[in-house]
Design a protein around this ligand. Structure first.
Ligand code: FAD
Length: 467
């Protein structure tokens, strides 16, 4: 059969992993095709993930800051929320970025093909789009088909009041009572948005803490703030059943501390994401896919089939955009014959809640479990001039050091903009910095970044009292 398109490299999926891989491959001189089933490029992150959620979280933060301005002698009154405008702004942010990607693809002469792609052999993908089927024949392929929200079975998903994260970002209305199933990053970010907009929020989490994976002390300042605002935060509780009725969605809970059944106007289920590896007919190319839809790869992002690579959410945790982009670059470079490898020591995690929680490298829980002799340098933001100035003293900066070498091995920060602050420690870990390197680095005053230097000094014992 004659191919409609022949290329050196095809990239399946245009999320942060896919578009980065396609652009890098084109920059390295490869004749590149990028396949995407949706009309816009950018994948989950740009269209229904990182970007729209942060646009809405920004709106939430403006509302919160205005409400607290009263404490410093300024009052704005009750916010008037124009939902259409809020939605339009979010859509516009997304459009700017996805439009930008389309331009960048064109500039690089990357051929984009819209449609759903499936492997039919180790060198062919068939793309089914609006105007029929197209056969793409390739020398090399990079699979970047991402992940999708887990839809717990048994819930009334045909009811419009049931939402996954994509529906929640649509912001159809501001429900009076919202139940969020899942207290991880995505669930809590959306809870923050709806809380700021005026919903009465209840969060249910199966495990014994919010934001499983982060150290408990990091989560505490957030949990304290949320407990004062939310109708309920129920830990170690399972949602056993949700029934759709005229008055709303009635949830029944299970667990020692399970609350009584309650009726909600909307329910958001954010219990994780499943990899899309099992949906692209990878078998036809001989590519191994695990039962859970992940595609195993080596450090060069190669699958078990040497000329086929895989990147992003579908190669494993953490499912984060910045991991996908770095992997995308490596895959493209190896496909072009370079000797690249994905060898990041650490990948930072950030919850863009209010306050933000960011962590990188080993957590204390992990260090203990691994039996690593570690020491902690902790700096409370109550001792930071800047934190006092902006009225946000609830957080802290915590650095973990290897006791033998004094090298930094992990960190956690709770603060507004903790996600920005963690980047310095990310670099410090990659560079193998010792506590003295961080403590002796002159940080700008007065900023919360000083807390990083101070925490290192606390560990070194060069600060004993927190003046
Ligand atoms: P994806 O972004 O999932 O893209 C895969 C693309 O492949 C999609 O466009 C899909 O349509 C396409 N595709 C799949 N199968 C086919 C096929 N057969 N044919 C054609 N096209 C196909 N991460 C962060 O780092 N920071 C954040 O703040 C953050 N916030 C998030 C908020 C939400 C609400 C959600 C849901 C996720 C968030 N994430 C965040 C996670 C982030 O979005 C993902 O880690 C990232 O998008 C993964 O990139 P990817 O390239 O692997 O795939």
């Amino acid at each position: 059969r004659k191919a409609d398109i022949e290329c050196q490299v095809v990239v399946l999926g245009s999320g942060p992993g896919g578009y980065t891989a396609a652009f890098r491959a084109a920059d390295l001189g490869m004749d590149t095709v990028l396949i995407e089933r949706h009309a816009t490029l950018g994948g989950v992150c740009l269209n229904v993930g990182c970007i729209p959620s942060k646009a809405l979280l920004h709106a939430g933060r403006v509302i919160e800051e205005a409400a607290h301005a009263e404490d410093i002698g300024i009052s704005f009154g009750k916010p008037k929320i124009d939902l259409d405008k809020l939605r339009a702004n979010k859509d516009n942010v997304v459009k700017q970025l996805t439009g930008g990607l389309a331009g960048m693809a064109k500039q690089r002469k990357v051929t984009t093909v819209q449609g759903t792609g499936k492997f039919i052999s180790a060198n062919e993908i068939e793309v089914e789009g609006k105007d029929g089927k197209k056969l793409v024949r390739f020398e090399k392929a990079i699979i970047a088909a991402g992940s999708q929200a887990v839809k717990l079975p048994g819930f009334p998903w045909d009811d419009k009041r049931m939402m996954d994260s994509t529906d929640a970002l649509d912001l159809a209305d501001i429900p009076k009572k919202l139940l969020v199933v899942g207290g991880g990053i995505i669930g809590l970010e959306m809870a923050c948005v709806y809380d700021a907009l005026g919903s009465e929020v209840t969060v249910v989490e199966l495990l014994d803490q919010l934001m499983p994976g982060a150290d408990t002390d990091l989560v505490r300042p957030l949990q304290q703030r949320l407990s004062k605002r939310y109708a309920g935060i129920h830990l170690k509780v399972k949602v056993a059943k949700i029934e759709a009725g005229k008055k709303g969605l009635t949830a029944t809970f299970e667990g020692d501390k399970a609350p009584e059944p309650q009726t909600y106007d909307r329910v958001l289920v954010a219990v994780g994401r499943s990899a899309n590896g099992g949906k692209i007919n990878a078998e036809a190319a001989g590519v191994k896919v695990t039962e859970r839809g992940f595609i195993p790869v080596d450090k060069q992002m190669r699958t078990n089939v040497p000329h086929i690579f895989a990147i992003g959410d579908l190669v494993g945790q953490p499912m984060l955009a910045h991991k996908a982009t770095h992997e995308g670059k490596v895959a493209a470079e190896v496909a072009a014959g370079l000797k690249s490898e994905f060898v990041a020591r650490v990948i930072p995690s950030v919850a863009y809640t209010d306050p933000e929680i960011a962590w990188v490298g080993l957590t204390e829980t992990e260090a203990k479990k691994a039996g690593i002799a570690y020491g902690v340098g902790k700096f409370p933001h109550a001792a930071s001039g800047r934190a006092i100035g902006i009225g946000r003293t609830e957080g802290f900066t915590k650095l973990l050091f290897d006791e033998a070498s004094h090298r930094i091995i992990g960190a956690g920060i709770v603060a507004p903009n903790a996600g920005d602050l963690i980047a310095e420690i990310d670099l410090a870990i990659e560079m193998g910095c010792e506590a003295a390197d961080i403590g002796l680095t002159v940080h700008p005053h007065p900023t919360l970044s000083e807390s990083v230097g101070m925490a290192a000094e606390v560990y070194e014992g060069t600060i004993t009292d927190l003046y």
